[in-house]
Design a protein around this ligand. Structure first.
Ligand code: ZN
Ligand code: ZN
Length: 135
């Protein structure tokens, strides 16, 4: 059996555990993932739909499904943090990697939809890195 990983939202109302057993791990640079996350790209892990144990706050989780395409997002209604959700096809549980409290053992498989990667992100990954606020 795999190790158990804990996760949750920023305000702490929504918490969950799941097995550290993931089939895929992608950074997705597509426009929809950029909008849904508000960030440069989504960082999503994929696992089986039943690999989730909601501990607290499942009643605080709201889901958005795009009306015509297969994009979805689940989030805490108080703090907006992305949390895991089952894909519209029902075939996978999609876990925003940033919602985890510990590092998954799965490493990244690929960066996908890089044709839609922003120029500011391409440039941004090359600039100086600080350990806290900028100097
Ligand atoms: Zn929250
Ligand atoms: Zn995407």
């Amino acid at each position: 059996m795999s190790k158990i990983i804990t996760g949750g939202c920023c305000c702490g109302d929504v918490t969950f555990t799941l097995e550290d057993h993931f089939s895929h791990f992608y950074f997705c640079h597509c426009t929809q993932c950029r909008k849904l996350t508000g960030a440069s790209h989504a960082a999503n892990l994929f696992t089986s739909p039943n690999n989730i144990n909601w501990v607290t706050g499942l009643d605080k989780v709201k889901r958005y499904d795009h009306p015509t395409r297969s994009f979805s997002k689940a989030f805490c209604v108080y703090c907006g943090s992305g949390v895991p959700f089952v894909s519209q096809s029902g075939k996978a549980l999609i876990v925003p990697a940033g919602s985890l409290n510990e590092e998954p053992s799965k490493s990244l498989d690929a960066q996908i939809f890089c044709a839609e990667q922003t120029q500011w992100h391409k440039v941004g990954v090359e600039v100086i890195k600080t350990e806290g606020f900028p100097p």
